[in-house]
Design a protein around this ligand. Structure first.
Ligand code: SF4
Ligand code: SF4
Length: 441
């Protein structure tokens, strides 16, 4: 695609990067077919190609964002299905990240929108605030129907619908320290404790630590790490996202200096996509360029790491039929497609893949709160395809997808690691009935 930027505009490294991306797009439109918002809404401006044109026009003219571009960029899930489909290697992720930061700097949203975004950015990245907010949310539940009827309050209704009826207590295993591996030492890793997942389902990381240590891997929970920054990054809050990245890089760099790390293990694929991008996000900060690139190269999804270990034979041979839902951040963001399914199959599960597996479930960070109507359509489509597999259980590797799909599915939705841990001798995953696992006993 031909672009028209002046030399003065290209002196801004963010614009220069976006210009390189724009020039790769050949307008072919292949990406539209796999874009969930185009498939749902049928509007070219809600397709990757349409958004690319809008971003190009805004950046070339050095214009502040307007209502039209904000509407169509806000509707983008950042699912990155377009990047998987694009034959020209257009890095839509970096382009839309730049557009979101530009919107945040140049556009004044309506008051309520600003309030809800500020609240999400203040609460979600902090486990103690999030835990307190979940308790308070219980009082708002009786008003869901009312909020749902008022257009401006739909995000509040969407948020309340996602709140679990009870949230588990904080896990002592998330405290900084080292969990020694059993038997012959096979590696040393750090684990991201993160933010929302550690509140909604702390058992995911507890199970990961338990399985890894049983396999002989030492697991470090470094002092000072926390939210990866993805949630605010996708809202265009660059400074807040970069502050989270720097804090985590410092924490992991200390762990590397104190004994080396083979990997930084991530159990939420949404976080994995962002941490693997730290090297790019901090490319312009000389104090962090190298450290960020090192952290990104060490970042591994738990299934990526386990697939590279020589796993023993499982203790159980389940035979249970599992529908594997590949999170967008797993399949499109990190291109991890094979490993989770192969691990489940090796552990004795019968893995089925739902139709339209490339389409997002509508979770997408805070999307299911900020764009509840589109999100609900995508969720229902996803659940229908999952239930059509005839599976007993749904497995996936991202807490956002677990919460989203579980809010509408009749089947239990669990993190892949819980099924693997169970097959390798761990306890039965909570919330999965004996009947569903009966084929295994
Ligand atoms: S990231 Fe997803 S929703 Fe956004 S343009 Fe690409 S395919 Fe469409
Ligand atoms: S598939 Fe790639 S090259 Fe074609 S329109 Fe979409 S982004 Fe541009």
């Amino acid at each position: 695609m031909q672009t028209n930027f002046s030399l003065a505009q290209l002196a801004d490294p963010h614009v220069a990067e976006s210009e390189k991306i724009l020039r790769k797009c050949v307008h072919c439109g292949f990406c539209t077919a796999t874009c969930p918002t185009y498939v749902t809404l049928g509007n070219e401006l809600d397709s990757p190609r349409g958004r690319i044109y809008l971003i190009k026009d805004m950046l070339e003219n050095s214009r502040p964002a307007d209502k039209e571009i904000v509407t169509h960029i806000d509707r983008c899930l950042s699912c990155l299905a377009c990047m998987t489909t694009c034959p020209s290697g257009v890095n839509y992720m970096h382009l839309v990240d730049h557009a979101r930061a530009h919107i945040e700097q140049t556009y004044k949203r309506p008051l309520f929108d600003r309030l809800i975004r500020a609240t999400l950015a203040f609460v979600l990245p902090h486990p103690s605030r999030f835990r307190a907010a979940l308790k308070l949310a219980g009082f708002g539940r009786p008003f869901i129907g009312l909020f749902d009827k008022l257009p401006g309050l739909k995000p509040v209704a969407a948020m309340l619908k996602l709140v679990p009826s009870a949230s588990p207590p904080a896990s002592p295993m998330r405290k900084p320290g080292t969990h020694a591996g059993q038997g012959t030492k096979r590696g040393r890793v750090a684990i991201l404790t993160g933010c929302a997942q550690s509140v909604l389902d702390p058992a995911i990381n507890d199970t990961t630590i338990s399985l890894l240590t049983r396999l002989g891997v030492e697991v470090v929970v470094p002092e000072g790490e926390g939210c990866c920054g993805a949630l605010v990054h996708h809202m265009g809050r660059e400074d807040q996202a970069l502050a989270s990245a720097r804090r985590n890089i410092d924490a992991w760099t200390r762990a590397i200096d104190q004994g080396g790390l083979d990997a930084i293990i991530i159990t939420a694929s949404g976080c994995g996509t962002t941490i693997k991008d730290y090297g790019f996000m901090l490319r312009l900060d000389p104090a962090y360029t190298q450290k960020a690139a090192r952290v990104s190269s060490l970042a591994k999804d738990i299934t990526e790491y386990l697939a590279a270990l020589d796993l023993p034979e499982p203790v159980r041979k389940p035979g249970t039929v599992v529908a594997y839902h590949s999170a967008c951040s797993m399949q499109h963001g990190q291109k991890i497609t094979r490993q989770p399914k192969e691990l489940l199959a090796k552990a004795g599960f019968v893995v089925r893949e739902p139709r339209e597996g490339h389409l997002c479930c509508g979770s997408a960070g805070t999307y299911n709160i900020l764009q509840p109507e589109i999100s609900a359509k995508l969720r229902d489509r996803k659940v229908k395809n999952i239930e059509a597999t005839g599976a007993e259980i749904v497995a996936t590797g991202n807490i956002g997808c677990i919460t989203q799909i579980a809010s509408a599915a009749k089947l239990p939705v669990v993190h892949t690691i819980k099924l693997l841990d169970w097959a390798y001798g761990g306890p039965k995953p909570e919330g999965v009935s004996e009947r569903r696992l009966a084929a295994a006993e």
